[in-house]
Design a protein around this ligand. Structure first.
Ligand SMILES: [Zn+2]
Length: 329
């Protein structure tokens, strides 16, 4: 209950902060950060050109405010192309005329990967309308796989192949899945076919796969194919026993690893809590990769609602390819 209250409070703080900054054109209070379950290690030092003293910290105890409804927030949301000062721009370079807003120090890169695209176009649409960068992972062999990939690219978002792989539980991962017992050549032919269906893509991440990702030989085959085709691999980490990091080391490749699933529980407060966990990770590590699902009804509106506040706090949304290293030369 305490955690839930903290999450609700956090959203309210982010939201209220966002409104306050717009209404007053005041300097964002960069110390109004997310309330998270884990302590947040101090972020990178502020840029040297930022010579103004830090804003006062929030009061130690804040009343738990009821967050605004998504509708209200949407009405108050700034236009999608609203310009926010680049964190690297010195204060002196900002236009004159009483603007006191100053750039927040960078708190890290946030990646949102939206999985399980391809069953329909209806669920995809709200994510395509999201004004920031997103990576959308498309399942192969479905009625709308190819069309979804085309629309994602047309919307300026990044496409990954969401490669189905066998899970420990034995559930059906769907068409085009890598299964135990397949030869290297069978895996290569299958993944190549899946890639070609929705090509061009920036990378692959696994759908399910708690059994296959434990198979070092299979993961080496997949990673080697990624390198051949010049694309990235993101380990969704559906098992702690994943062999993907070891296979990557053997091949001298860098892969991405999922930090947080943002919709394991899909109610609004839970998703806010998961995202706040991701923010804390980004604060510690410089970036965080968060995975959600296209069928999570409240996720696209929540991301749109939180996006302006995240930017004002100094987070940068980027596509997955920005933080995944690829091949080390
Ligand atoms: Zn999936």
């Amino acid at each position: 209950m305490l955690i839930l209250a903290a999450s609700v409070s956090s959203l309210a703080v982010v939201y209220l902060h966002s409104v306050k900054a717009r209404e007053e054109a005041a300097a964002p209070n960069e110390n109004v950060g997310p309330v998270t379950q884990a302590p947040v290690v101090p972020e990178k030092p502020a840029p040297v050109e930022n010579t103004q003293p830090p804003a006062a910290p929030p009061p130690a105890s804040k009343p738990v405010a009821v967050p605004a409804s998504p509708t209200q927030a949407a009405q108050n949301r700034p236009a999608e192309n609203r310009q926010v000062p680049n964190p690297g721009v010195p204060v002196a370079a900002l236009p004159a005329g009483g603007i006191t807003e100053r750039p927040a120090p960078s708190k890290g890169d946030l990646v949102f990967v939206i999985d399980d695209v391809g069953y329909n176009l209806r669920d995809l649409e709200p994510f395509l309308k999201f004004s920031g960068p997103l990576t959308l992972a498309v399942l192969p062999g479905l009625s709308f796989s190819a069309e979804a990939a085309r629309r994602i690219r047309a919307a300026g978002k990044e496409v990954f192949l969401h490669q189905p792989m066998e899970a420990v539980g034995g559930q059906d991962p769907g068409p085009g899945a890598i299964r135990t017992g397949m030869s290297r050549e069978e895996i290569r032919a299958l993944v190549n076919r899946n890639l070609d269906e929705i090509w061009p893509v920036a990378g692959i991440n696994n759908h399910e796969g708690s059994r296959i990702t434990q198979d070092e030989d299979a993961m080496e085959t997949i990673l080697a194919l990624c390198r051949e085709r010049g694309i990235l691999f993101l380990d969704s980490r559906t098992t702690a026993e994943t062999a993907a990091p070891k296979a990557a080391r053997l091949l001298g490749m860098s892969i991405g690893e999922r930090d947080v699933f943002v919709d394991n529980v899909q109610d609004r407060e839970s998703m806010i809590g998961y995202i706040n966990t991701g923010l804390a990770r980004a604060g510690r590590n410089g970036s965080a990769i968060m995975i959600g699902h296209v069928w999570s009804r409240g996720l696209a509106p929540l991301l749109s609602e939180m996006y302006p506040g995240l930017r004002e706090q100094g987070y940068t949304l980027v596509p997955a390819s920005t933080v995944i290293g690829g091949t080390k030369q």
